[in-house]
Design a protein around this ligand. Structure first.
Ligand code: SAM
Length: 459
């Protein structure tokens, strides 16, 4: 069932119990979610907490996420449990750091970015980047649902970050890899080959070299993969430290059972092996930069960027409980931007920013059209628009963009909610109710009663 070369190799990895690992890889992957504590305080019934992540919960069965309005409202993110250790690592290596500038370089679909966004909160901002365009769009959608507003989403090749010399305090490289940690999925097995592991290792080196210049002296690069292959894990870290002025950083795992500390030529890595932990395979290691970059020669913007125009800040403040770092005005769309105007201009000169913080509204002639992004934002003023609580059946109708007939809405704009959490916008124009749930997010699954029974229950 598993490739022979793979089995042969893990037998040589002394820190892996190959029999236990192979047996465990034949069992189903445990289902887990990470809660968005900025939106939602309840926990799934019958769930068990992930040891290394206070907001992570193992579920009894794999539920239907598509039919759960709370998923669309950004109350949780379905995430594999081992990868949640990244949050613990970030917390340990950034104590007391203020105004963090964080880059998640290989970020789609957004499991770790949403986690980082929650950890950073108002103490800095995140640039979540994905090189593949379609995946970058999915990343942006997940950041929108999460709703914290402290994130810019970019669609760039890692090489395009090298001009931002010494800019970030923390860089996460969750590298594309040979995926052995996901061998419970036959697709991962089918895609595996020795030649592919070699290609992955080469690509990882390139990504690390591209990321390095934009890390500041004293900053940390967190490197992770979901494979067991030493040449994509500890050997990459050793190679980077040999190539650059850097040192390996130790992470404390004493309070968590089952995490394997890997010591390899004086560097440390942390391995997650199914059978020893409940989750998929994962590797993570931290590298501190000990060298300074030459001062950056930031390129200038070719196009004019309208930041903090007179009056815009006041208009945006009418919708928000928090004060934006800057306000961007682009083709009559106003955005609350999480970075100061100077930084935004500089970042925009280097990068293709596809999500600019939180879109607040579009001004169309005399009309203001609030955005879905605003409605899902944790910064929206609570009573800025009338709101209406929907039942589960009504919420699914809303998410399917089915015709809405309920006559209980006042004229004009309103926010619909499910279990007290914002779901989206409607507008009662008298003759009908317009549904402003984004067309491209519309769910197509029919809410048959068996599937609905399978959504998460909360205590
Ligand atoms: N961090 C993500 C999360 O937690 O949801 C998962 C990231 S996945 C392991 C690796 C990502 O790297 C994929 O989204 C993939 O598209 C992207 N990628 C593929 N080739 C790349 C390259 N040459 N440079 C940078 N990223 C690449």
């Amino acid at each position: 069932m598993f490739p022979e070369e793979f089995i042969r190799r893990i037998k040589t990895q002394q820190y892996i119990d190959d029999q236990l690992l192979l047996a465990s890889l034949q069992e189903p992957s445990p289902a887990s979610i990470r809660l968005n504590s900025h939106k939602w305080k309840r926990i799934p019934s019958g769930s068990v907490q992930v040891p290394w992540c206070g907001e992570g919960w193992y579920l009894m069965v794999r539920p239907s996420f598509t039919l759960d309005p709370l998923f669309h409202a950004g109350c949780y993110y379905p995430q594999e449990a081992s990868g949640m250790f990244t949050g613990e690592v970030v917390s340990q290596v950034t104590p007391g750091m203020e105004n963090l500038k964080v880059l998640d370089l290989c970020a789609a679909p957004g499991g770790k970015s949403t986690h980082l966004s929650g950890l950073i909160g108002n103490n800095g901002f995140l640039v979540a980047n994905e090189v593949i365009k379609q995946r970058a769009k999915i990343l942006a959608d997940n950041i929108t649902r999460w709703g914290l507003g402290n994130t810019l989403v970019t669609n760039n090749d890692p090489s395009e970050f090298s001009g931002l010399r010494g800019y970030f305090d923390v860089i996460l490289v969750d590298a594309p890899c040979s995926g052995e940690g996901m061998f419970r999925d036959q697709v991962a097995i089918n895609e595996w080959s020795v030649s592919n592991t070699l290609l992955c290792a080469e690509r990882q080196k390139r990504i690390l070299l591209d990321a390095w210049p934009s890390l500041k002296e004293g900053g940390v690069l967190i490197y992770s993969t979901c494979t067991f292959n030493p040449s994509e894990n500890e050997e990459q870290v050793r190679w980077l430290i040999d190539t650059k002025r850097a040192e390996s950083v130790t992470v404390c795992t004493d309070t968590f059972n089952g995490i394997t500390e890997i010591e390899y030529e004086r560097i440390r890595g942390y391995g997650f092996y199914p059978g020893k932990i409940k989750g998929d395979g994962f590797f993570i290691s931290v590298i501190k930069k000990l060298e300074k970059e030459e001062p950056a020669d930031y390129i200038k913007n070719k196009t004019r960027i309208n930041l903090d125009l007179k009056g815009d800040r006041v208009k945006v403040k009418e919708w928000l409980q928090t004060s934006p770092a800057a306000v961007l005005n682009e083709e009559n769309k106003l955005f609350s931007v999480p970075v100061p105007a100077g930084d935004y201009s500089m970042l925009a000169a280097h990068l293709n920013i596809i999500k600019r913080g939180t879109e607040i509204f579009t001004q169309k002639n005399m009309d203001i059209i609030p955005s879905h992004d605003l409605v899902l934002s944790t910064s929206i003023l609570p009573d800025v628009l009338p709101s209406y609580e929907l039942t589960l059946a009504e919420s699914l109708k809303f998410l399917r963009k089915d015709q809405f007939t309920s006559g209980t809405f006042a004229n004009g704009w309103g926010i619909v909610k499910y279990m007290g959490v914002n779901l989206g916008l409607i507008k009662n124009i008298g003759s009908r109710i317009n549904n402003y749930f984004p067309v491209e997010w519309r769910i197509r699954m029919s809410p048959d009663s068996e599937k609905i029974k399978n959504i998460i229950r909360w205590i």
